[in-house]
Write a protein that binds this ligand. Sequence first.
Ligand SMILES: Nc1ncnc2c1ncn2[C@@H]1O[C@H](COP(=O)(O)OP(=O)(O)OP(=O)(O)O)[C@@H](O)[C@H]1O
Length: 292
Amino acid sequence: MELAFIVNPISGKRLKGNERVARVKAFVSERKLDAVVWETERGGHAPELATKALEQGARRIVAVGGDGTINEVGRVVVGTDCEFGLVPMGSGNGLARHIGLPLGFDDALKLAASGSAIKVDTGEADGHPFFNVMGIGFDAEVGRRFNETKGRGLINYMREGWKAFRAYKSLKCDIETPDGSRTLSAYIVAVANSSQYGSNAFIAPDASMTDGKLNLVAIAQPHLLSFVILIWRMFSKKLYHSPRVTPICADSFTLNMEAGGIFHVDGEIFQCGETLTVKARPKSLRIVAMSC
Ligand SMILES: Nc1ncnc2c1ncn2[C@@H]1O[C@H](COP(=O)(O)OP(=O)(O)OP(=O)(O)O)[C@@H](O)[C@H]1O
């Protein structure tokens, strides 16, 4: 088997359910590809399907879904010789946008099936692989709330962000890198492999996926007006111009907090203790990309 497509039928807002799977199956049969098309039936199913595809000798696995699905498939493919293709069908599609993929279904499908792959860096937070962005603080709180709502898309994300803004207070974090350490009172500590969360909201505008490093971005607690300005800066790639923002580029970080809590990797939530270790895995993933 050359290719395996793993399709999440419920991610994002476009072509949901049977239609999405039917379109991928039609694509495969029209082109007589040596491929399987498997549909995820529940959360956590995609890694099982990706493992099965690897065992059956797939040379390329294509994830059709949002950043959560991409993470679930990518965490199986990372560190292997198998190539990884994406058909972005999520809410924000941060990774797909960073690597220059078309967002239209048919164009993305063609590229994922036949485009060439390049080796890129990935990240790992307490052993959990990530490809786009991980974070603690407000960042993780918004992810937690968003995952608990049924609605998807940027508007729902902004709505949960606003609710979290009113409830969340900053945390004290000691950040260690190979070059030294510093203690900050941070509202968000995000560590980015790619440049954006999704929907062209740039958390680390200078991030590269081939430099062997990750970009930590710490943001101090904003009041309402500066919160709005921070969002504007994010969408205009000017976040680093804010006096509330501290960017640090390194290949590894140890985050020491006063208490354990939650963190997210590509929007999926996990628990952590007082210490969280985040590190880059240089050139660990062969991904179909236009740029990186
Ligand atoms: N058949 C299914 N039913 C319910 N949940 C599923 C199913 N298949 C996959 N999932 C889960 O759906 C969740 C959301 O998927 P994904 O992140 O791809 O979409 P999204 O949240 O709409 O997009 P984004 O992450 O870009 O906002 C994942 O955690 C995945 O485990």
